[in-house]
Ligand binder design. Structure first.
Ligand code: ADP
Ligand code: DAR
Length: 392
């Protein structure tokens, strides 16, 4: 295994020094991948496929890694040295995954397209291999509404996106030095934010457990120990290179090196999506003017998980809809009708506390930034209308 790691490291170092090499490799990578697979990796892959294909997993990985697809891509490698095992290891270790697939580097989406494309098509509600992400368009930032002016239903509103820095590989290919350098580069860009966006960066390394717990409980900071990310090799060298930026008002937050290189987040109490969205766009554009994000001409912004590519945007409300929630299956059915996703109060893989649900847009790809957030806005307004129409 050491050999595999060192090979990967060597290839990565070359690519980081000569990004142009990645482009020449890309042709080769797209057609056949690069490099021969170590026998130990091939053995692990065959065992992984056997475990997955004989399991009762309901993941998109299980559904689309058919025997034919497996045979077609099992020997492929990206020019970073990533293999199919790097893509599927989390979904094999966690058979209860909903997706089970991650991109160990940005080439994986092309090299293993026979697996990624059908997963992407289903998750993002019919984005086929012949579709392309529209150009970036945040629309008129005064265009979103206050979804709950009387404060009857919505506790808080949040809009976030995932971003990867173009010159760095993704988690499984990153060295400790990558995490440290990336954190430094993002900290520098964050330090240039002024006015409403100005604030402080708090590294996770050295943060007291009390401060960390408070920030998590207040829904600002990411939780630790996500078993899906651990199995996907996204938590190595933890907490080195990880941290959180908060503006003075705690309404603009940036996560560094959690699941993605960056999560850029605008949030506040109440239902005023207009204010949240306007601040979100300002923050993304100011950071985007200083940093180069990884963007594919067909798939849009590239992230570690295929559920976050395209716009990378998840716009959510923490909302209390006790009548709809009296039967969660009804709530989920209504949400599905409006392309919404229901999570628990603590976010993904949590349950609702005190009847507070996290409801957001499901798809992030195949629509412009404006349309993704409008889909959430329109869906939440319908959810509130359905809640109001339910008799006591
Ligand atoms: P992400 O949204 O970044 O994909 P999660 O679903 O894990 O990841 O949510 C991350 C954190 O953001 C959690 O603490 C969750 O409670 C919080 N959160 C999500 N939506 C909202 C919201 N509308 N208001 C307040 N906190 C929110
Ligand atoms: N937990 C993994 C990923 C699902 C999407 N959420 C992300 N990327 N945070 C699963 O397959 O369930």
């Amino acid at each position: 295994m050491i050999f595999k790691y060192l090979t990967k490291l060597k290839v990565n170092q070359n690519l980081l020094l000569n990004p142009g090499m990645a482009k020449t490799c890309k042709k080769c990578v797209e057609t056949c991948g690069v490099g021969k697979l170590e026998p130990s990796v091939l053995k692990e892959l065959n065992e992984a496929f056997e475990k997955l294909s004989t399991s009762d997993s309901k993941s998109l990985l299980k559904k689309y890694l058919t025997a034919d697809v497996f045979k077609s891509i099992v020997n492929k490698k990206t020019s970073f040295g990533s293999t199919l095992l790097d893509c599927i290891q989390s979904g094999v270790a966690n058979l209860d995954s909903s997706v089970g697939l991650y991109a160990p580097d940005t080439e994986a989406y092309n090299v293993f397209a026979e697996l990624f494309n059908p997963v992407i098509e289903e998750y993002h509600l019919n984005f086929t291999k012949d579709d392309s992400q529209p150009p970036v368009n945040f629309g008129n930032t005064n265009c979103m509404a206050d979804l709950d002016p009387k404060g009857t239903f919505i506790v808080s509103t949040r809009v976030r996106c995932g971003r990867s820095l173009a010159k760095y590989p993704l988690n499984p290919c990153m060295t400790e030095e990558h995490y440290i350098k990336l954190e430094e580069e993002v900290k520098c860009a964050l330090g240039n934010l002024t006015g409403e966006l100005g604030g402080d960066y708090l590294p996770l390394k050295g943060m007291s457990k009390i401060t960390q717990k408070k920030l998590i409980d207040d829904h600002f900071l990411f939780a630790e120990g996500d078993r899906f990310l651990q199995a996907a090799k996204a938590s190595r060298f933890w907490p080195t290179g990880r941290g959180i930026f908060l503006n003075d008002a705690k309404t603009f937050v940036v996560w560094v090196n959690e699941e993605d290189h960056m999560r850029i987040i605008s949030l506040q109490k109440g239902g005023d999506l207009g204010q949240v969205y306007k601040r979100f766009v300002k923050g993304v554009e100011e950071l985007g003017s200083q940093l180069t994000f990884a963007r594919d001409e067909r798939l849009g912004y590239l992230t570690f998980c295929p559920t976050n590519i395209g716009t990378g945007i998840r716009a959510s409300v923490h909302i209390k809809v006790p009548k709809l929630a009296a039967d969660e299956s009804v709530l989920h059915a209504v949400a599905k009708k409006y392309n919404l996703q229901v999570r628990g109060t603590g976010g993904e893989h949590t349950s609702a506390q005190d009847g507070v649900y996290d409801i957001s847009n499901k798809r992030r790809l195949g629509l412009s930034e404006y349309d993704v957030v409008r889909e959430m806005q329109d869906g939440i307004m319908e959810i509130i209308k359905e809640e109001k129409s339910k008799s006591d």
